[in-house]
Design a binder for this molecule. Sequence first.
Ligand code: ZN
Length: 146
Amino acid sequence: MVPAYFKPYFTPSEFDSPDLPGSGIRMNAMFISMLNKARSIAGIPFYINSGYRTPAHNKKVGGVPGSAHTKGLAADIAVTPVTYGKVLSALLKAGFKRITLTPQQRQNIMKKIADKLTYEEIVLLHKAMNNPIIKNMAIKELKKRL
Ligand SMILES: [Zn+2]
């Protein structure tokens, strides 16, 4: 039986460590609840590239030892240039505090996503990433809107 916190958008198998079928059930309940909230806000499917990882699988894919993935507290979501502004914004609104972007995604944010996010979202993003580039972007955006 699927625990209620996976519903309505996810199933445990989406979070399975590839070397251990059924292990997606080890995802943290609060984390999955927040992900459902974000998914609801975004209104588009979230494709999970990586959820729970056994320590062995985490090592195999080059994850840091003790990675949040091994505790069921991380998920990598596949995004496209078209969807990631929406996904990012929804994750921030749902309350995720730690969001990691690829260097390419950071660059894209500087180029165009700033226009799609509200000032509050940019500030949240800065907090989530603790990144000076994002902070400067937030200040610039604020000046523009004053
Ligand atoms: Zn990850």
